[in-house]
Design a protein around this ligand. Structure first.
Ligand code: PLP
Length: 440
């Protein structure tokens, strides 16, 4: 299969990696994509960035988009029925008293909004010394500078550290000792300085499908409450049904103070993200200045909100969150069965339609391949040559000592037959690359 590709001197687009410009897509439908050379791909990656939760070309969403574009696509200075209705649906989906939604155009803007809201809440409540956000190493909250400061993705941060606020980070391990580290970090910095702790309930690109043990987030919640610190759950990748519950944090029955969402909320039909926060935070601002003076030109634009509303209505009407939980179990079992004996596969983890596969040069020591081997990208390419798209990692891992992780994160409409086709293609690709490395 020869994809439709370009070289860097044939394009005016400044691509992310100008040495490896991706193929040119032409159209998409359901779980399939076609490139301009006419090749058909089964998309087991939800659009590479884990976005397309409900599949491509859903008529109800296209109709809603068209209808809203005809009515009004953009207009500052007004609220709109789609914005109001979408906020209601999100408040209904979110746990506890998370009832108040502020929209953005994507995940990084939403992280910036969450950080500023945490700070603003404490300013309004007469505790203006609280500003720092504690994050976790091997986490990712977006590529804008505030979000990157909270992130613990060394490969993406290092060059930009002069611009990054000096936010503390705790251990990337998801175990109970790491939860206790939060208390130590708070005491070391001084609780009066700390506004919030931010974490992905199931980790995305920095450590794909890293899942916390039972009790981790319960303990985090206790520590945050003890020191009057807000808990921000970044659900941009793992939320909106991806793990088989509305939000990943629901697996542990913990209620955050702020949820950040993006990606799947519009299933990629238009750019959309935002935050959901509690009655307590909203009421504190209502009792104070009444103003959270932060936003973006496209915050809450009627077109994206109409799309988000149609996507969530489709998700809920077709019970796709339950389906993600069910197919996700089959996916994880199938991956574990098929790949257990691969000499280059270490740990395999997953929750719902979010799985991660660790790539190792040595199965016993679980040591990584050298970064220069671009092992994840090669497996992605070898799988693509078999007509299937997986998540071939997200660039360099956080640290050179970390094994790279690739993933299979399909749309929730994937069938068991689609899973079987994906697992077969991935097994063959892994065998090919293991052989190239002399490890077969
Ligand atoms: N938070 C998480 C957990 C993410 O995975 C991402 C993107 O991958 C972001 C935030 C940033 O979202 P965006 O790329 O829409 O700005």
């Amino acid at each position: 299969m020869e994809p439709a590709t370009m070289t860097h001197d044939e394009t005016k687009v400044f691509h992310r990696d100008i040495t490896a410009i991706p193929p040119r897509v032409q159209r998409a439908e359901g779980v399939h994509l076609w490139d301009e050379a006419g090749n058909r791909y089964l998309d087991a990656s939800s659009g590479l960035n884990v976005v397309v939760n409900i599949g491509y070309g859903v008529k109800e969403v296209l109709d809603a988009m068209h209808k809203q574009a005809e009515l009004v696509a953009f207009c500052g200075g007004f609220t709109s029925a789609p914005q109001e209705d979408l906020a209601q649906v999100l408040a209904d989906m979110a746990p506890g008293d998370l009832n108040h939604v502020r929209f953005t155009s994507g995940g990084a803007e939403a992280t910036e909004t969450a950080i500023k809201l945490a700070r603003h809440y404490f300013v309004e409540s007469g505790q203006p010394s609280k500003w720092k956000v504690i994050g976790r190493w091997k986490s990712f909250h977006g590529n804008t500078l505030g979000a990157l400061a909270a992130s613990g993705y060394s490969a993406r941060r290092l060059e930009y550290t002069p611009y990054l606020s000096n936010f503390p980070h705790i251990s990337p391990a998801y175990d109970m000792a790491a939860a206790e580290e939060l208390e130590a970090a708070i005491l070391n910095e001084g609780p009066d300085e700390i506004a919030a702790f931010i974490a992905e309930p199931v980790v995305g690109s920095a450590d794909l499908a890293r899942i916390p043990p039972e009790g981790y987030f319960k303990r985090i919640r206790e520590i945050c409450d003890k020191y009057n610190i807000l808990f921000i759950a970044d659900e941009v990748l793992c939320g909106i049904g991806r793990t088989g519950k509305n939000f990943a944090i629901d697996h542990w029955n913990v209620v955050p103070d702020i949820i950040i969402f993006g990606k799947g909320v519009s299933s990629g039909y238009t750019p959309l993200g935002g935050i959901i926060t509690t009655d307590a935070i909203y009421d504190a601002i209502a009792a104070g200045s009444g103003l959270f003076d932060h936003g973006y030109t496209y915050s809450g634009n009627p077109l994206s909100c109409a799309v988000g509303l149609a996507v969530l209505n489709y998700l809920n009407e077709h019970h796709l969150v339950e389906r993600a939980a069910d197919t996700g179990k089959y996916l994880l079992d199938s991956l574990r069965q098929a790949l257990a004996n691969s000499p280059i596969v270490g740990e395999i983890s997953g929750l719902g339609m979010l799985t991660g596969i660790e790539l190792v040069a040595d199965k016993v020591t679980r040591s990584p391949f050298a970064g220069s081997k671009r092992i994840g990208a090669r497996i992605g390419k070898a799988t693509r040559e078999r007509g299937v798209l997986i998540n071939p990692g997200f660039g360099a891992p956080s640290l050179p000592s970390d094994p790279e992780r690739i993933g299979v994160c399909p749309s929730f409409i994937f069938t068991r037959e689609d899973v079987d086709q994906t697992v077969a293609a991935l097994s063959a690709a892994l065998a090919q690359v293991a052989q190239e490395e002399g490890l077969a």
